[in-house]
Write a protein that binds this ligand. Sequence first.
Ligand code: ATR
Length: 276
Amino acid sequence: MTDAYAVIGNPVAHSKSPEIHAAFARHTSQAIVYKRIFCEPDAFVETVRAFQAEGGKGLNITVPFKHEAFEFATKKSARAEQAGAVNTLVFNHEGVLGDNTDGAGLIRDITVNLRCALRGKNLLLLGAGGASFGVVGPLLAEAPCALVIANRTLSKAESLVQRFSKHAAGCKLCASTCAALPPKRFDVVINATSAGLSGDMPALPENVFIPGALAYDMVYGKVTPFMQFARRHGAQGVDGLGMLVEQAAESFFIWRGMRPETAPVIAALREAQRGS
Ligand code: ATR
């Protein structure tokens, strides 16, 4: 029987994961099938159990089920524990392993694909929701000089800082609102808010970027107001397509034990985006 995988979410129709994993499977000559599973908000556990009972080998988890997947896993990786969320499940004889590949995907896209080292840099992370939770630990592991977490609601940024303070080592980790940022220019600004989805962006001072800074929006598939703002103010505005493919590659590695090439898949998705 061909090994079966899927992405589960609500909504899920827009997910590019099936195309990405099909490309990985072709490139690595792995025989797998990968589908989308739409799940009603209160049906996560029964839907996952049904997929498992059919012989499913693993799942990617997307909005809004990453916390439920965390609870469902019987064993969790250190990075899943750190994030408090799971985006990859593995079903095997040991039970249900939960992992989180979002942070690894972001770091790989920034440091390898975009060739932007984070060590010693001043980083600004916008947002303190689920997307930020998954990436703070991996960002700190890159040993930046400072990481400011800025959020519209200060208390959420503060609790994120508190949660990760023991992982900060030599990095200055602090919380702020977007409006009251310290008077400082940043080398890398990462937008992990959902503002771009509604055509909005966090209110940022115009001098937030060093010249040529990297302005990374985790949203993909469109030029967001944040990316436009960044480009107007001397920064390089990049979307999250590379992160999407890299987190998928990390999941593929967990499931199949081999690392697919990501550059051709990113290039093909960019090409498709231009055509649409
Ligand atoms: P997710 O789990 O997908 O990250 P979330 O937990 O709802 O979603 O978090 C969304 C993040 O985007 C939050 O940091 C939110 O700020 P608040 O905590 O103040 O709500 C931020 N966000 C959403 N819309 C925004 C906007 N228009 N401007 C600034 N921040 C916004």
